[in-house]
Design a protein around this ligand. Structure first.
Ligand code: NAI
Length: 347
């Protein structure tokens, strides 16, 4: 693990398993300098255990940066469950995962990520209290983080539109959304309400058609969505989709989406900047979900407080865009510097 290319002085990495339910996975704690390491649990069928470890290492580091930038009293952690998990064993597997989380005594707090829903977190909660994303109410934050993530992405898009087009108004702007799962579908709804014209794609064609029917969107080929003519491209599927070849064929002047770890390699950020494409750093724009589940776990905040914090993602990004422009660097670099400064001050 110490030789792994994605190892970044993580504080702790713990593998867990439960033979009864077939559960296997890994929890990575990147940093607890700012508070308990919080970040979702991903269920994914990895080609190898090394791939699962790499994902956990990258995602947990991203959570440290995300939580620091969102000014949360939380460190960065993430867990991955190596899928598939057999349907009848699912609740037992998540309960066993909860027991693994509990063994860490609160150093790690879990919630939903790709492949994991509220019912899974409710199973986790039978074994530990260090879990969030369980259920919200009219006034209290909580439950599925995706709508909060989508709202934050919308605010980030508006901030980016102000820089790129001179107005935050998305009316008539053509937005291309890659991946219309929990976040992407919610985002499409918000964008349609804001008057944007949508083109979307999903690896699951039926899902793409469903969301398109609800939002009046055009459906594109998943292989071509990032290169369609558009004002804004929004990666909302898995990470790594902004590769070097994609960076050359992108036509939209703005990239603003929810996916974690969008840049396949760090050198993509300056390439986009060199092409005049404004990239909203992923871990800044997609913090709405962790803001909500963090508030649910920590307590003491109303739903209105949480929405105000999610809306603050817009001004935060505007500040980063201004700093990047003043320094002649990519917004990703400005964000990395700001997050590293906050983490270093807390150590
Ligand atoms: P999800 O699993 O509900 O949706 C992902 C969607 O992307 C699925 O519909 C899948 O079919 C589709 N997809 C996968 N590969 C694709 C491809 N190559 N082209 C087109 N579509 C593809 O996941 P969710 O929760 O919506 O998350 C989306 C992204 O946002 C992930 O990267 C996640 O880590 C990130 N994120 C999610 C948050 C949340 O609140 N759910 C919070 C912050 C980040």
């Amino acid at each position: 693990m110490f030789e792994h290319p994605d190892f970044d002085d993580h504080e702790m990495v713990a593998w867990f398993q439960d033979p009864g339910s077939g559960l296997r996975g890994v929890i990575a704690l990147h940093s607890t300098a700012l508070g308990p390491a919080m970040g979702g649990c991903r269920l994914w069928s990895y080609a190898s255990d090394a791939d699962a470890l790499g994902d956990a290492l990258r995602l947990s580091r991203g959570m440290s940066l995300k939580n620091a930038m969102a000014e949360l009293p939380l460190g960065g952690g993430k867990s991955v469950i190596i899928g598939p998990v057999a349907g009848p064993c699912r609740a037992a597997a998540f309960e066993a995962f909860g027991a693994a989380v509990d063994r860490l005594g609160g150093a790690y707090v879990t919630a939903e990520d790709v492949g994991v829903g509220v019912a899974d977190m409710q199973a986790v909660a039978r074994a530990t209290r260090h879990v969030s994303g369980l259920a919200g109410t009219e006034t209290a934050p909580g439950g599925d983080p995706s709508p909060f993530t989508a709202r934050g992405v919308l605010r980030g898009m508006q901030a980016a539109a102000e820089v790129a087009f001179g107005s935050p108004d998305l009316r008539g702007r053509r937005v291309a959304v890659q991946g219309v799962g929990h976040v992407g579908a919610a985002l499409c709804g918000l964008l349609a309400d804001a008057g944007a014209t949508l083109v979307l794609a999903d690896a699951d064609a039926a899902r793409a058609r469903q969301v398109a029917a609800r939002t009046g969107a055009e459906v594109a080929d998943p292989g071509a969505i990032l290169a369609v003519p558009a004002d804004i491209v929004s990666p909302c599927a898995l990470g790594g989709t902004l590769s070097a070849p994609v960076a050359e064929v992108l036509q939209a002047p703005v990239v603003a989406g929810a996916a974690n770890n969008q840049l396949a390699t760090p050198d993509i950020a300056p390439r986009l900047a060199a092409r005049g494409i404004l990239y909203a750093p992923d871990y800044v724009i997609n913090a709405g979900g962790i803001i909500a589940v963090g508030a649910e776990y920590l307590g003491g905040e109303t739903r209105a407080d949480v929405l105000a914090k999610v809306d603050a993602i817009g001004p935060r990004l505007a500040g980063l865009f201004a700093e990047a422009a003043a320094r002649g660097e990519s917004p990703a670099l400005s964000a990395d510097r700001a997050a590293a400064t906050r983490l270093a001050a807390a150590r």
